[in-house]
Design a protein around this ligand. Structure first.
Ligand code: PLP
Length: 372
């Protein structure tokens, strides 16, 4: 059957491949007929959500017949207090993926370009090409650099010209785990044209343990072209509910909200996120568990002679010295899901999320067996 309409999809859509998410546990259970599977593939919080967040979500479930607050008043008020900004500087979305789409819709299109780093978060590519804009990829730092495969802001700046409407910076970056220091970021922001929007994605902000790590949200007053993005999917353990947000100048907020459809995020997500923000105990537990787990995983993998990338996140990216897909398959057979990175142009690397202590030990034991 012919599909003559197909060639009329927007030009950027043709070259695009859908995002490959981490394999869900239920799928592997069906495939292999085994149980006791652990998923260390999508950087989720192994402690689960805050009990306060679950309670808040359950309470609004009874109001599911009603539309959510399209302006997310309570969540924005909580976020405004948390970040000491005006509520008019906050845009909430159904996951930070949604924020990326809003920025792309507001600023990207044919004849415009966006700059990313090689090995950056795949969604930047999808929203850029999805808007039929040109994606410019700056080479990352080389493997022997202290931030191996991380963003090289000088290389990114060199690709910015007068067609460049957005630069996407993940700090720290997924899937490498690498991060930028304050001086580097400030120097970049000082030199990038003010006509270009700089989106700093801080999805892993709470995990970072480096005094030189910059909090971009504190720089909003200096750079009106800055969009700082955060999410409830990682340290706050609410990936399944889909809540992310942007902190910006009021003027930026005004623009990106013109294309935002109301009623995102949904009412459960709004209530859970506000409650999660209020549970600093859970956040501290999460961060401290992660710090220990990251050390265990990193040291364990290195003890096998493998090379890991420096990570400020809740995952470690490791060069397994052979096709990562094979090792991924081997681990699957042992009931452990990790993330192969061939789709990111890193065929010998795997990304492994930090789990509970016993899960980390199980991963290390399985890895030893698969590599033997
Ligand atoms: C996980 C992640 C996000 C969060 O995405 P959500 O849509 O909020 O779940 C954003 N950016 C990066 C770099 C990530 O790794």
């Amino acid at each position: 059957m012919s599909n003559p309409w197909l060639e009329h999809a927007m030009p950027g859509i043709n070259g695009l491949k859908p995002y490959e998410p981490g394999k869900p546990i239920s799928e592997l259970e069906r495939e292999l007929g085994i149980s006791n599977i652990i998923k260390l593939a999508s950087n989720e919080n192994p402690l689960g959500p805050s009990p306060k967040a679950m309670e808040a979500a359950s309470a609004v479930l009874e109001e599911a017949a009603l539309y959510p607050d399209g302006n997310a008043f309570a969540l924005k008020r909580a976020l405004a207090e948390y970040h000491d900004v005006d509520a008019g500087q906050i845009t909430v979305g159904s996951g930070s993926d949604h924020i990326l789409e809003l920025v792309a819709r507001a600023f990207l299109g044919p004849g415009r370009s966006a700059v990313v780093s090689r090995y950056a978060f795949a969604i930047y590519n999808i929203v850029t090409q999805g808007a039929s804009a040109e994606l410019r990829i700056a080479e990352a730092h080389p493997a022997d650099h202290s931030m191996a495969l991380g963003h090289d802001l000088e290389a990114m700046l060199a690709l910015v010209d007068d067609t460049t409407r957005v630069v996407f910076i993940a700090n720290p970056n997924n899937p490498t785990g690498t991060w930028l220091k304050r001086d580097e970021l400030v120097s970049f922001l000082d030199r990038v044209p003010r006509t270009t929007v700089v989106l700093v994605d801080e999805a892993y902000f709470d995990y970072v343990d480096d005094p030189d790590y910059p909090n971009a949200a504190a720089m909003l007053g200096d750079y009106p072209n800055l969009v700082v993005m955060r999410t409830f999917s990682k340290a706050f353990g609410l990936a399944g509910l889909r809540v992310g947000y942007a902190l910006t100048s009021q003027a930026m907020n005004d623009v990106i909200n013109r294309v935002r459809l109301s009623f995102n995020p949904n009412s459960l997500a709004q209530a859970a996120a506000a409650a999660a923000l209020d549970d600093q105990d859970h956040l501290e537990k999460t961060v401290s568990l992660n710090r220990d787990g990251l050390k265990t995983l990193d040291a364990g993998l290195r003890a096998m002679g493998l090379t890991t990338l420096p990570s400020a996140c809740n995952f470690v990216t490791v060069d397994v010295g052979r096709p990562g897909r094979e090792v991924f398959q081997g681990l699957l057979k042992q009931g452990i899901i990790v993330r192969p990175l061939d789709g990111y142009g890193l065929p010998d690397h795997l990304r492994i999320s930090v789990g509970l202590p016993e899960q980390n030990e199980r991963l290390l034991a399985a890895m030893r067996e698969v590599l033997a």
